[in-house]
Design a protein around this ligand. Structure first.
Ligand SMILES: C[S@@+](CC[C@H](N)C(=O)[O-])C[C@H]1O[C@@H](n2cnc3c(N)ncnc32)[C@H](O)[C@@H]1O
Length: 259
């Protein structure tokens, strides 16, 4: 497939229902076989348990329609802000926030088992819903990705999963977008970045979205040049799939410089 067939029309073509159902609604049994999901959920768990990230206010950038990136984090922060570029994804998140729609049961069960938690899925989901303070429009290409209301250095922790590389069409754009996102983190705060290497496309329903094929070294350099210290870097190779040409996935925990 040539790149001309690839789109980045998120408002027009990103089918959040399809995306959620296809990538993030596995049963617990199917999740056990999903190398990428297990890696991501385990790494997020470890980031908050082992690296002991903690803070008052957390932002997830480019949340999409899925909650998986903030399940572990929710136990270690007071306030959670979710964000996405598209109205449709924000509506899906708001449906969950306001009325408990879409529970991602397999993923929830996996994380609770990993934590050896005695909480039920519905108790954890209610906890998470109570901590959510807003579902915000975001554009990582803006110097102030959340607009002026949530200014710079507002968040103790920022998580972003599979957003920066799919929103960028060049390394230069990726670096600028990463800088814009980092500007939202307080000095000494943390950035948890989940990303993919070597991916030029991924599928969402009938659409094929473009992605910037990153190398891990380029991501590390980008974060370090912005003044972050890399606290933990985890990486896996990913298997061939018809849904994307991803070669690997990483989870990096970085700390923003204190000054
Ligand atoms: C591949 S999905 C990732 C969703 C979810 N975080 C995950 O880990 O599966 C990419 C998300 O980035 C969002 N996005 C696209 N362009 C963006 C931009 N310029 N700024 C912020 N988010 C953007 C899309 O709306 C979409 O929800």
């Amino acid at each position: 497939m040539s790149n001309t067939d690839h789109t980045n029309d998120y408002e027009g073509k990103f089918d959040g229902e399809w995306y959620l159902n296809t990538y993030y609604e596995p049963t617990l049994e199917i999740l056990e076989e999903d190398v990428y999901l297990r890696f991501t959920l385990d790494s997020l768990h470890d980031a908050f348990r082992t690296v002991k990230l903690t803070g008052g206010r957390l932002l997830d950038v480019g949340t999409g329609p899925t909650l998986h990136s903030v399940i572990s984090a929710s136990q270690h922060v007071e306030e959670i802000f979710l964000s996405d570029y598209t109205d449709q994804n924000r509506i899906m998140l708001t449906d969950w926030w306001k009325s408990g729609a879409r529970t991602q049961t397999g993923i929830m069960a996996y994380v609770l088992r990993k934590e050896q938690s005695i909480q039920t899925i519905s108790t954890r989901l209610n906890d998470m819903r109570q901590k959510v303070q807003g579902i915000l429009p975001v554009d990582v290409h803006l110097e102030q990705p959340l607009g002026t209301e949530y200014g710079s250095e507002y968040f103790d922790i920022v998580i972003s999963s599979l957003c920066l590389e799919v929103a960028s069409t060049s390394l230069d754009e990726y670096k600028k977008a990463t800088g814009n996102v980092c500007s939202l983190i307080k000095p000494g705060g943390y950035f948890v970045l989940v990303g993919l290497c070597g991916q030029s496309f991924y599928k969402v329903g009938d659409s094929t979205f473009s992605s910037l094929p990153m190398e891990l070294r380029e991501v590390e350099d980008t974060l370090e040049i912005l003044g972050n210290t890399l606290l933990s870097i985890r990486w896996i190779k990913t298997e061939y799939s018809e849904l994307s040409d991803t070669k690997g996935a990483f989870v990096i925990v970085a700390q923003k410089s204190k000054s």
